[in-house]
Ligand binder design. Structure first.
Ligand SMILES: NC(=O)c1ccc[n+]([C@@H]2O[C@H](COP(=O)([O-])OP(=O)(O)OC[C@H]3O[C@@H](n4cnc5c(N)ncnc54)[C@H](OP(=O)(O)O)[C@@H]3O)[C@@H](O)[C@H]2O)c1
Length: 263
C-alpha cells in the first residue's frame, strides 16, 4: 500500500502535512511519542474516504528507532513512496548553560535519525525509481545563530545534506526537498522551553505545508516558506557573515534578557 510516512506528526507542521496529504488522498503513517494525539489525528483522518491513517509511537532519539520503524513498515506491507522527516526540537540560551544531554538528544533527533531514515527509505525508492523525501530544515540553517548554536547547526546540516541528495537523486526520479520555515505558530517554542522570539512574520503550519507542496510541484531543491523569510535569507548573502551573526546575537540576547530563554 503506497503510504506517506511523517515523523513528528502529532502536532504543528507534521500534523498539517498529515491533514493536507490525507485530503489529497494519500495514506499516511504518523510517527511521534504522544500516542493520544496520534490516535486523535488518525481518527480524524480516517473519516476521509479512501485513505488509511496509521500510527507508530516511537521516540526517534533511541539509537535503534529508525531501523525499527523501517522494519515496522515492512511488517505492515507499506510501500513508503513519500517520507517527511519533520520531527525536531530546539533550545535557546548560552551554550554552556544549556543541558548537554538535551543538546546531544537534539543532534540525535534533528540529524542522526533523519540521516538514517533517509538512508533506509531511499534504497527501495531507488529500486522503484520513484519517491519523495521532504526534510524539514529551517531559515536558521542559512546562518549561525548565537544562543541557538546547536539548533541552527543541526538545521544547516539538514539543509546541506538535503540539497546534495536532491542532485544525487534526480537521475533516479526521486525528489529530495529541503523545507526551510521561518518562525511558525506551533508547539515548537513550548517544546524548546523558550518564549517565541519577537518576529514580525509568523506563519501558520498550513502556510508552510502549502509552500512545500508548491515547491514539490516545481521540483525545487529548497523552499523558504514565506516572502519575508525568503527576502531576509536573500539579503543576508550581501552582508558579511560576521555582521549577520552579530545582528542575530543582539536580537536573541535582548530576547533572553526579557526572559524568553530557558524556563
Ligand atoms: N515552529 C517553528 O518556528 C519552526 C521554524 C523552522 C523549523 N521548524 C522545524 O519544524 C519541525 C516541526 O516542528 P514544529 O514547529 O511543528 O514543532 P512541534 O509542534 O513541537 O512539533 C514537533 C514534532 O516532533 C515530535 N517529536 C519531538 N521529539 C520527538 C522524538 N524524540 N521522537 C519522535 N518525535 C518527536 C513531536 O511529537 P511528540 O512530542 O509527540 O513526540 C511533534 O510531533 C521541526 O524540525 C522544527 O525544527 C520549526
Amino acid at each position: 500500500m503506497n503510504t506517506t510516512l511523517i515523523t513528528g506528526a502529532s502536532s504543528g507542521i507534521g500534523a498539517a502535512f498529515a491533514r493536507k496529504l490525507a485530503q489529497r488522498g494519500r495514506n499516511v503513517l504518523l510517527v511521534a511519542r504522544s500516542e493520544d494525539k496520534l490516535i486523535a489525528l488518525c481518527n480524524e483522518l480516517g473519516r476521509l474516504s479512501g485513505i488509511r491513517a496509521q500510527y507508530v509511537v516511537m521516540d526517534l532519539t533511541e539509537p535503534d528507532a529508525p531501523a525499527r520503524l523501517f522494519e515496522e513498515t515492512k511488517e505492515r506491507a507499506l510501500e513508503i513512496d513519500m517520507l517527511v522527516n519533520n520531527a525536531g526540537f530546539g533550545s535557546m540560551g548560552d551554550f554552556l548553560k544549556l543541558e548537554l544531554t538535551r543538546e546531544l538528544e537534539m543532534i540525535d533527533l534533528n540529524v542522526k535519525s533523519l540521516v538514517e531514515l533517509t538512508n533506509r527509505f531511499l534504497l527501495p525508492m531507488r529500486e522503484r525509481r520513484q519517491g519523495v523525501i521532504i526534510n524539514v530544515a529551517s531559515t536558521a540553517g542559512f546562518q549561525a545563530v548565537p544562543y541557538m548554536a546547536t539548533y541552527a547547526a543541526t538545521k544547516a546540516f539538514v539543509l546541506s545534506f538535503s540539497e546534495a541528495l536532491w542532485e544525487e537523486n534526480r537521475p533516479f526520479g526521486i525528489h529530495v526537498l529541503a523545507l526551510c520555515p521561518g518562525v511558525t505558530d506551533t508547539n515548537f517554542f513550548e517544546a524548546a522551553r523558550i518564549g517565541r522570539p519577537p518576529m514580525r512574520t509568523v506563519q501558520t503550519a498550513e502556510e508552510v505545508v502549502g509552500a512545500a507542496l508548491r515547491g514539490l510541484k516545481r521540483r525545487k531543491s529548497t523552499v523558504i516558506s514565506g516572502w519575508t523569510n525568503w527576502l531576509t535569507v536573500g539579503a543576508e548573502r550581501f552582508v558579511p557573515r560576521s555582521v549577520v551573526i552579530k545582528v542575530a546575537a543582539k536580537a536573541l540576547r535582548s530576547h533572553l534578557h526579557k526572559g524568553g530563554g530557558i524556563q
